[in-house]
Design a protein. Structure first.
Length: 125
């Protein structure tokens, strides 16, 4: 009987630890997103959101209403500010911290830059 009670108790504690770990992990991701939001300009932040959602640079530029060349400049400046000197590593980091259009605040949203629907502007990906 003690073995059963012990297994149930250990399983319950493991479940609690797992939930606490997940909460801590999500809080760290949120803090990193907030830090990134403070560090980058609105357009740099939005561009990283779009690129982390698998938009091509040309598509992201179109959504933002800027040229592809300007998008590349925003990306280069973001990389310099974050001290990440590889585009793939930057996008990997953005995805790891959960940077996506679903974690957008009002002042860093597409509508704050150009008012139209993202899904309407990009027909194929």
């Amino acid at each position: 009987m003690n073995d059963v009670v012990s297994e149930v108790r250990d399983g319950h504690l493991a479940g609690i630890w797992g939930m606490q770990h997940e909460i801590t992990h999500r809080k760290r991701q949120q803090e990193k997103r907030q830090e990134m939001r403070r560090t980058l300009s609105k357009k740099q932040y939005l561009l990283l959101q779009l690129l982390s959602e698998k938009y091509a640079t040309k598509e992201a530029a179109s959504v933002m209403g800027i040229t592809e060349n300007t998008a590349h400049k925003h990306l280069a400046r973001a990389m310099k500010k974050l001290d990440i000197h590889n585009r793939d590593l930057l996008l990997q980091y953005a995805r790891e911290i959960g940077l996506s259009l679903t974690h957008t605040s009002e002042d860093h949203s597409i509508s704050a830059i150009r008012p139209f629907n993202v899904t309407d502007s990009v027909t194929s990906r």
